[in-house]
Design a protein around this ligand. Structure first.
Ligand code: ZN
Length: 273
């Protein structure tokens, strides 16, 4: 019986001792934590976390009248993209218009007239306005080439290739000097080659004429862009043509001019398909 009591007492003692040792260890750990040098450094500057004030329900911000993001519907006719990768096959403009080649009269005729320049009727007025303004600025203007049919372009292509001893319409640098039928922008009727009346040369030297300088500066005001600029030849695939002006509308022309975009870049930017 005593032995049993002793064993029980012994067990109780062992448990008490065990608890005491456990308590001592825990205390030590706590003290170490407090005296940890890293901890003590942190203590002073960091303010104690104050209880977050319950956030006041903020009223819904009334929508500010923000500027509308610039958007263009590139499926619209003004942006019709034609190049070596985008053939328009046998496309023909619905209505052609015939205007004076040297901006001598303001008539827009719809009956065929081989002595006038022919374009899609939708660009006849802005083209005429630009030509008249250029002439009024004292500069001789000449509307050299507007709409060309698929067949005319096919003939053009053959002739230019033969004259240059090539078969693919490209120059030595690999840029198009003439487009295969279906791939020429002239078939849209939305562009016009424009030169100085007394310098009707269609090569890069035309950029030195005052007529070209005026057109380059003012064309966007009338909705036109210089379609094949020197610095975009790698994108357009066409050699520098400081005479080929393309109608895209005033807003788009100004946007493209301000952002230095050619039509390929512009269409890609706003293409939502
Ligand atoms: Zn042209």
């Amino acid at each position: 019986m005593r032995r049993v009591l002793r064993v029980i007492l012994g067990l109780i003692l062992a448990v008490v001792l065990g608890l005491w040792i456990y308590g001592q260890r825990g205390g030590r750990i706590n003290r170490q934590d407090i005296s940890d040098p890293v901890q003590s450094v942190e203590v002073s500057p960091v303010p104690e976390e104050t209880p977050e004030p319950t956030p006041e329900p903020t009223p819904e911000p009334t929508p500010e009248p923000t500027e509308e993001p610039v958007m263009f519907d590139v499926s619209s006719w003004e942006y019709m993209l034609v190049n070596a990768d985008h053939s328009i096959e046998q496309y023909e403009p619905e209505q052609l218009a015939y205007i004076n080649i040297i901006a001598d009269d303001t008539e827009i005729r719809t009956e065929f007239d081989p002595n006038r320049q022919v374009v899609d009727i939708r660009i006849a007025q802005p083209l005429l306005d630009m030509a008249m303004a250029c002439k009024e600025a004292g500069l001789p203007i000449y509307l050299s080439s507007g709409y060309r049919s698929y067949e005319t372009q096919a003939e053009n292509f053959r002739r230019v290739c033969a004259n240059n001893g090539v078969s693919d319409g490209k120059d030595a640098a690999g840029y198009y000097i003439t487009m295969p039928a279906g791939c020429s922008e002239h078939q849209t009727g939305l562009c016009c080659d424009i030169t100085d009346r007394y310098y009707p040369v269609k090569d890069s030297s035309i950029e030195n004429t005052e007529t070209f300088k005026w057109l380059k500066e003012h064309c966007a005001e009338y909705g036109f862009i210089l379609r094949f600029p020197h610095d975009k030849a790698d994108i357009t695939g066409v050699m520098y043509e400081p005479f080929h002006f393309r109608y895209v509308g005033v807003e788009a022309a100004q946007y493209m001019t301000e952002n230095n975009l050619c039509l390929e870049e512009f269409v890609e930017m706003f293409d939502q398909q």
